[in-house]
Write a new protein. Structure first.
Length: 350
C-alpha cells in the first residue's frame, strides 16, 4: 500500500483517544489526519489540549496538530470515536450521514437494529448489517466495538459456546481505573478500596451485549443468542486491565481440558487474513495457578490478546475461569482499529 488512509480521532484528548494516537502512530495502513474534542480543547494544539498520560512519547507530528471542535467539518473517510457518550450519539450519526465510516467505542449505537457490534474474530458476518444501515443513512455508517469488559467476556465465551453450547453464565468483574477515563474516580475514593458499582449501566451492558455479539444476523435482522447472563461489577485500584471471574453452564458436557483446548485453538478472520493489529492467538490460556494478573498479562500481543486462566470444573455451574482484557487496547482503541482493518480488507470503506 503506497498511500496511507487518512483517519480522524474523535474524543482525541481522552483516555481512549490517546490510545488511538499511540496505536496509530506507526500503523501500516492508517494515518492520523484530524483530531476532534470538545469546545474546551478546540483551537488548541493537541499538545496543549491533552494531558498525555501514556508511557510512550506523544508523537511529534500529532502534538502540533490543531484540535477541532464538535461543529467543525471533517474530511477523513474513517473517524475513530472515543467520544464521551453524552455527545457520541448525535455526532457519530451526523458523520455517518455525511458519508464517513465511524468506528466507535461509545455505547450509544451498539444495540441499534442495523449497527454491527463487532469482534472480528467472533462475528465478522454481522458486517452484513451495513448494507441495511447504509440504506437508512444514505451514505456512511457506524460500526461499534463492545464495552471494554464485554470484549474479554465475549471472546472467552465464544469458543465455549461454539463447542459446547452456552446455556447461562455469571461474571464478576474487577475493572481498572482507566476504564472511567481521566481523571476518573477520585483517588480518595479508590485508594485502599474496592467500589462495587460502576455507573452508566455497566452491568446491563455486560448482560445484553454478548447476546447480540454471539447471536445471528440473517434476513436483515439480528437475533440474540439464546443464553442468559448475570453480571456484578467492581472498580479496583488497577491502572489498566479488567479481570473477570466467569462461571458458565454449558448445554453439553465439557471437562476443563476440553474447554482449554477450545479456548487455545480459537482463531478467526483477523488471524487468517493477518490483519496488522490481529494477535497471533486471540486467547492465551495460562496454566500457572495464579494467572492471569493485570500487571503481568495485560500487554500480551501488544494488549490485543485476552488471557484466560484457572479453567476448572465447577459443581454449581459446570466450568469456571478467569479472563483478563486490556481495557483501553483490546477493550477500546485497539478493538476499533482491528474493526477498521477488517472493513478495509472486505472493501467496505467509503
Ligand atoms: N476508558 C475505557 O476503557 C473505555 C473502554 C471502552 C469504551 N469506552 C468509551 O469510550 C468513550 C471515551 O471514553 P474515555 O474513557 O476516553 O473518556 P474521557 O477520557 O472522559 O474522554 C472523553 C473525550 O470526549 C471528548 N468530549 C467530551 N465532551 C465533548 C463534546 N461536547 N464534544 C466533543 N467532544 C467531547 C473529550 O474532549 P475534552 O478533552 O475536550 O473534554 C475527550 O476527548 C466513552 O464513550 C466510553 O464509554 C471507554
Amino acid at each position: 500500500m503506497t498511500q496511507k488512509i487518512p483517519v480522524g480521532v474523535l474524543g482525541a484528548t481522552g483516555a481512549v483517544g490517546q490510545r488511538f494516537i499511540q496505536l496509530l502512530a506507526d500503523h501500516p495502513w492508517f494515518e492520523v489526519a484530524e483530531l476532534l474534542a470538545s469546545d474546551r480543547s478546540a483551537g488548541k494544539s493537541y499538545r496543549e489540549a491533552c494531558v498525555w498520560r501514556l508511557a510512550t512519547p506523544l508523537p511529534e507530528r500529532v502534538a502540533s496538530m490543531t484540535v477541532r471542535g464538535p461543529e467543525d467539518a471533517l474530511s477523513a473517510p474513517i473517524q475513530f470515536s472515543g467520544l464521551d457518550s453524552s455527545v457520541a450519539g448525535e455526532l457519530e450519526a451526523r458523520l455517518a450521514a455525511r458519508g464517513h465510516a465511524v468506528v466507535s467505542n461509545a455505547r450509544n449505537h451498539r444495540m441499534a437494529d442495523d449497527v454491527p457490534l463487532l469482534i472480528p474474530e467472533v462475528n465478522p458476518d454481522h458486517l452484513d448489517a451495513l448494507a441495511v444501515q447504509r440504506k437508512r443513512t444514505g451514505a456512511g455508517y457506524v460500526v461499534t466495538n463492545p464495552n471494554c469488559s464485554v470484549i474479554g467476556l465475549a471472546m472467552a465465551l465464544a469458543p465455549l459456546d461454539r463447542a459446547f453450547g452456552l446455556e447461562s453464565a455469571a461474571v464478576v468483574t474487577l475493572q481498572a481505573l482507566s476504564g472511567a477515563g481521566y481523571p476518573g474516580v477520585a483517588s480518595l475514593d479508590v485508594a485502599d478500596n474496592v467500589i462495587p458499582y460502576i455507573g452508566g449501566g455497566e452491568e446491563e451492558k455486560i448482560e445484553a451485549e454478548p447476546r447480540k455479539i454471539l447471536g445471528r444476523f440473517a434476513a436483515g435482522a439480528f437475533t440474540p443468542a439464546d443464553f442468559t447472563l448475570s453480571a456484578s461489577v467492581h472498580r479496583v485500584a488497577v491502572s489498566d486491565g479488567h479481570t473477570m471471574a466467569i462461571f458458565a453452564r454449558l448445554r453439553s458436557k465439557a471437562s476443563a481440558a476440553d474447554a482449554k483446548r477450545a479456548l487455545a485453538g480459537f482463531r478467526g478472520e483477523p488471524q487468517d487474513k493477518e490483519l496488522p493489529s490481529a494477535p497471533r492467538a486471540p486467547i492465551h490460556v495460562l496454566d500457572a495457578p495464579d494467572r492471569p494478573q493485570p500487571r503481568l498479562d495485560r500487554d500480551r500481543e501488544g494488549g490485543m490478546a485476552v488471557s484466560v486462566g484457572r479453567v476448572r470444573e465447577d459443581g454449581l455451574f459446570q466450568l469456571k475461569l478467569e479472563a483478563l482484557v486490556h481495557n483501553t487496547i483490546r477493550g477500546a482503541a485497539g478493538a476499533a482499529i482491528l474493526n477498521a482493518e477488517l472493513l478495509r480488507e472486505r472493501g467496505l470503506l467509503p
